[in-house]
Design a protein around this ligand. Structure first.
Ligand SMILES: [Zn+2]
Length: 408
């Protein structure tokens, strides 16, 4: 299928413009044009369907696709972990996500195996292991475990959740190691976390000087640092050190938002994971005590989103789903649509996420020259955003001009 036209769909191109009835021509994996279309050539009939760009999830954990506590207590075989990771990659495509940014947990081998087409999955940009301070967020070992033992939970080529650094020099060697293993950006944990056994949400982690070491190493490779951060102190440390993006941002206040706007630091809020943890902690394979830490996060994160919008921040979209139930990735758009508008949720998941990933104009948009990544939705998710949640509504998914799902 080197060249074909998708005809009859209502097309929302990812820019935020009003949807229009146009034909979309795909040629050699890219979008050749949008317009009236021609009568000849191969046609994909999309009457009654709504077309959007392939969605982008800017915060995924493909490497946390199994029940979490069993994974980190050596109770699952490498075969089972690999099966869960690849099944989760396929389910992202099925939910309409053709590009994801993995914010910690897979090793480079997963990225290249999907890119070679050996298993189904979206385009993956990965930070490899998360960088955390010794015992900080991202460390899931037992308290009794010697620090050195943590890296034995890594499975070379498959998964590596985090690397611990006790000081700036260790962090420098760990981020170089992450790049060696295929990372295309870096992620540091600069505050405590919700899914964390050894810290509090109010903790800051890493010093400004330490974070700056990672920023320097990323800049040397033409890339950037994003940070896991919930509280304002940690976010301010990270901004001062020069990071480009903040994940979660649960407690962002007006002055922090103003600082982020001033330095052009993006925000990726993560609502779906919070819903999942509140609804069913056990299913993720985590201890019930995590529920207590999640209480209140949903409301605070919604408040931070409003403050960030007011400040004019670049706001992407990420589900942060963890554990075995990651098939309803589009729920993040439904949740955001309820806090904003369906169109704002779509633009966050397409155009804005592409900007955050450094892929602006390449993905997240239906425009001539872009990758032909597109989804045909049953009905109109801009009128009923609940449609985004159920993969059954992503009737056709096209990735780089190839039909990778077709329920017609
Ligand atoms: Zn995460």
């Amino acid at each position: 299928m080197a060249r074909f036209q998708v005809v009859g769909a209502t097309v929302a191109d990812g820019s935020g413009r009003d949807p229009a009835n146009v034909s979309v021509t795909v040629e050699d994996g890219r979008i050749a044009g949008l317009g009236p279309g021609s009568a000849s050539g191969e046609r994909l009939d999309a009457d009654g369907l709504t077309m959007t760009p392939g969605l982008i999830d800017a915060h995924v954990h493909l490497g946390l696709a199994s029940p979490i506590e069993p994974q980190f207590s050596f109770r699952l075989s490498v075969a089972e972990l690999a099966a869960d990771i690849f099944a989760t990659a396929g389910s992202a495509l099925d939910a309409g996500f053709t590009t994801v940014r993995d914010t910690g947990g897979i090793d480079g081998g997963v990225v290249s195996t999907i890119a070679k087409g050996k298993v189904r999955g979206p385009r993956v940009l990965s930070c490899g292991p998360v960088q955390c301070q010794t015992g900080g967020h991202g460390y899931y070992g037992a308290e009794w475990e010697p620090t050195e033992l943590w890296n034995s939970h890594h499975i070379p080529g498959l998964c590596a959740l985090s690397m611990q650094s006790g000081n700036a020099n260790e962090l420098r060697s760990n981020v170089r190691e992450a790049f060696r293993r295929g990372a295309s950006f870096l992620k540091l944990c600069v505050t405590g976390g919700v899914v964390s056994a050894h810290d509090q949400l109010t903790d800051t982690q890493f010093t400004v000087e330490e974070i700056a070491v990672a920023v320097q190493e990323a800049a040397a490779r033409g890339t950037y640092v994003t940070v896991h951060a919930h509280n304002n102190e940690g976010i301010r440390n990270a901004i001062e050190a020069g990071v480009r993006c903040v994940e979660h941002g649960t407690d962002i206040d007006e002055s922090t938002a103003a600082l982020m706007a001033d330095r052009d630091v993006a925000l990726v809020p993560t609502f779906a994971v919070v819903e999942h943890l509140l609804r069913d902690t056990a299913r993720t394979g985590l201890d019930e005590s995590i529920r207590e830490r999640v209480q209140g996060v949903r409301e605070r994160m919604a408040g931070a989103l409003a403050v960030a919008k007011e400040a004019g921040l670049r706001i992407g979209l990420g589900s942060d789903l963890i554990g075995p139930a990651q098939h309803r990735r589009g729920e993040e758009l439904t949740l955001r649509a309820n806090l904003e508008t369906p169109m704002e949720a779509l633009v966050a998941a397409t155009k804005t996420n592409a900007e955050i990933l450094g892929l602006s104009g390449e993905v997240g948009v239906l425009a001539p020259g872009a990758q032909a990544d597109l989804v045909l939705w049953n009905g109109n998710p801009l009128e009923d955003p609940r449609l985004f949640s159920d993969p059954a509504n992503a009737v056709v998914v096209v990735q780089a001009g190839r039909v990778v799902k077709d329920l017609r």
